[in-house]
Design a protein around this ligand. Structure first.
Ligand SMILES: [Zn+2]
Length: 162
């Protein structure tokens, strides 16, 4: 999924018990740790990417960072450590594994399939690209439903007639 959708899913699902900005950040974190660093590196060398770069021009370390950040093993290890000290922060971090849940079926093998059990197992699936309308539009609909729910659009107010 695109990084903005990931961020909004993180905040919508796990940012309602405090720490909304942390939840927003962790929703996007796996992409920031891989593609985000690449974009920063390219900006410092005055390259201004306007679209996804061809896969053969992407440096090797982006693939390593992607594998580390798109693995349930890394995500749940980090969350388990944090939850020993701060349960509230650990809850806001759950956007990280949810990011992996969304990327796993919605990346093809050609473009960054998610190795969800890395480094234990290199298992991947050849998914449907998130850029296709049949994936991205339901994603948008899901976000609209989630934020409508969070804003209380469906909750019954005290004086509402039944
Ligand atoms: Zn991702």
């Amino acid at each position: 999924m695109d990084t903005f959708s990931h961020a909004f899913w993180g905040r919508g699902l796990f940012g309602y018990r405090g720490h909304p900005w942390l939840a927003l950040f962790f929703g996007a974190a796996p992409d920031l740790f891989s593609f985000g660093i690449l974009i920063l590196v390219r900006l410092t060398t005055f390259q201004f990417p306007t679209e996804a770069p061809p896969i053969e021009t992407i440096p090797w370390w982006v693939f390593v960072n992607y594998d580390i950040s798109h693995s349930f093993v890394s995500a749940f290890t980090a969350i388990a450590i944090v939850s020993r000290f701060r349960k509230d922060l650990a809850f806001a971090m759950l956007g990280w594994p949810f990011h992996i849940v969304l990327d796993f079926p919605f990346h093809t093998r050609e473009f960054f399939p998610s190795k969800i059990f890395w480094p234990l197992w290199d298992f991947t699936v050849d998914g449907i690209s998130w850029g296709q309308p049949k994936v991205w539009l339901p994603n948008l609909a899901g976000l609209i439903l989630l934020y409508s729910y969070r804003r209380g659009l469906w909750t019954m107010r005290k004086n509402d007639p039944i």
